[in-house]
Design a protein around this ligand. Structure first.
Ligand SMILES: *[C@@H]1O[C@H](CO)[C@@H](O)[C@H](O)[C@H]1NC(C)=O
Ligand SMILES: *[C@@H]1O[C@H](CO)[C@@H](O)[C@H](O)[C@H]1NC(C)=O
Length: 372
């Protein structure tokens, strides 16, 4: 009898506890990024020239209609979040976004053409830079505070996971383009330093706003995207762009280690997939790809095509192309990138442990061991 009523009491407390904890129990993601993570923000920015709102974007996702992703299928953040068992956060500008959905799923602020720097991508006319995205996040925070109260909101935002994935546009659509003043104001080293100073302030600001578990994605070999190749005389990768990506990754990795040890209670991590993507591009067949230098979606022989449009032709097998359009990897390539980042961050353990892989931190990514 006693045991039964005790058990009942525990059940009641648990149920009641769950109800009270409803808001800060749910683990959600807040994603800050560019076109590699955009899930529909630019689609709502009607004057933005960085758009993925026409077919054949989204052809391998859901109903196959354009959904705002600059890909045929999933983004890297989609795949990583899925593997961590987290809901996919909707776009900030999604007209159906409500406080309840934010509490259930988080928010994605990523915007095609956006960069770490405010001035990056200005010729796209409309895009959210990282500072702008953080400003929008602060708006989300006050919305949630007025809905559930300051204390519960504080817990909710501290237990959420944060993704910051920008940087390619700061090079491709800023520093490497002579129309931008940054290209003649800085040199390779001082520009990377400038990016790191800015990112440092932005990550510290996010920490002040409650971000405790945060990951930054590094850059891939951006000198090998089809657009960069077609602009080179040989058709090969642009060596300078690749060196800049490596230099960015090295500096960002150091910044994140540094912040993680200095900011209280912070688990801030850096993960990139540069080496694997470089290997995929050099030895595509080793990974089941047949093409690693041109876009699957192209406009006849006209190169660069800049964007995929309804009049474009598609490659025969989309799973065999590393690149979907001139800028962006395909769903199949994103899966490889996501798996590599997960491995680098120690979220899943792999059998062929690499000697240079950082030691696994099982606490950093919650319920991960069930995945294997
Ligand atoms: C960047 O833009 C934000 C607004 O989104 C503004 O508050 C901030 O002062 C700008 N920073 C610089 C360095 O221009
Ligand atoms: C760090 O975590 C401890 C224990 O949960 C908490 O008491 C403290 O307020 C936290 N500090 C910050 C700055 O989040």
């Amino acid at each position: 009898m006693k045991i039964t009523s005790l058990a009942l009491a525990i059940t009641v407390v648990t149920l009641f506890g769950t109800t009270i904890d409803r808001y800060h129990c749910k683990e959600v993601q807040f994603i800050f990024g560019d076109s590699l993570s955009d899930v529909g923000n630019n689609k709502q920015l009607s004057r933005s020239l960085a758009q993925a709102s026409l077919p054949w974007y989204g052809i391998d996702f859901g109903n196959g209609l354009p959904n705002g992703r600059f890909c045929n299928g999933r983004t890297v953040a989609d795949i990583i979040g899925d593997k961590m068992g987290l809901p996919r956060p909707p776009a900030f500008l999604d007209p159906s976004l409500t406080e309840d959905i934010i509490l259930e799923k988080g928010v994605n602020y990523a915007s095609g053409g956006g960069g770490i720097l405010n001035e990056t991508g200005s010729y796209f006319i409309q895009r959210f830079s990282l500072y702008k995205q953080i400003e929008l996040f602060q708006g989300t925070q006050s919305l949630i505070r007025s809905k559930i109260g300051k204390e519960a909101a504080g817990k909710f935002f501290q237990s959420a996971r944060y993704v910051v994935a920008l940087g390619s546009n700061d090079f491709i659509n800023n520093y490497l383009m002579p129309v931008y003043s940054d290209s003649w104001t800085y040199n390779d080293q001082s520009f990377v330093d400038y990016l790191m100073e800015t990112l440092n302030s932005q990550l510290k600001l996010l920490h002040k706003l409650g971000a405790r578990q945060l990951m930054v994605f590094g850059l891939g070999p951006m000198g090998c995207i089809p657009l960069q190749r077609v602009l080179s005389t040989s058709g090969g990768c642009q060596d300078r762009s690749n060196k800049l990506a490596l230099s960015f990754n090295k500096a960002a990795s150091k910044l994140l280690t540094d912040l993680s040890s200095r900011l209280p209670n912070a688990s801030y991590k850096f993960g990139d997939a540069y080496d694997v993507v470089n290997d995929v591009i050099t030895n595509p067949s080793k990974y089941g790809f047949s093409n690693s230098d041109s876009p699957c979606c192209s406009f006849g022989r006209i190169r660069p095509a800049l964007t995929c449009v309804p009049a474009s032709t598609l490659c025969k097998d989309r799973s065999k192309y590393v690149f979907w359009d001139e800028y962006h990897p395909s769903d199949a390539a994103n899966e490889i990138i996501a798996n590599e980042i997960i491995k680098k961050l120690g979220f899943l353990h792999d059998h062929d442990t690499e000697p240079n892989a950082p030691s696994p931190a099982p606490d950093a990514f919650g319920p991960s061991s069930e995945e294997e």
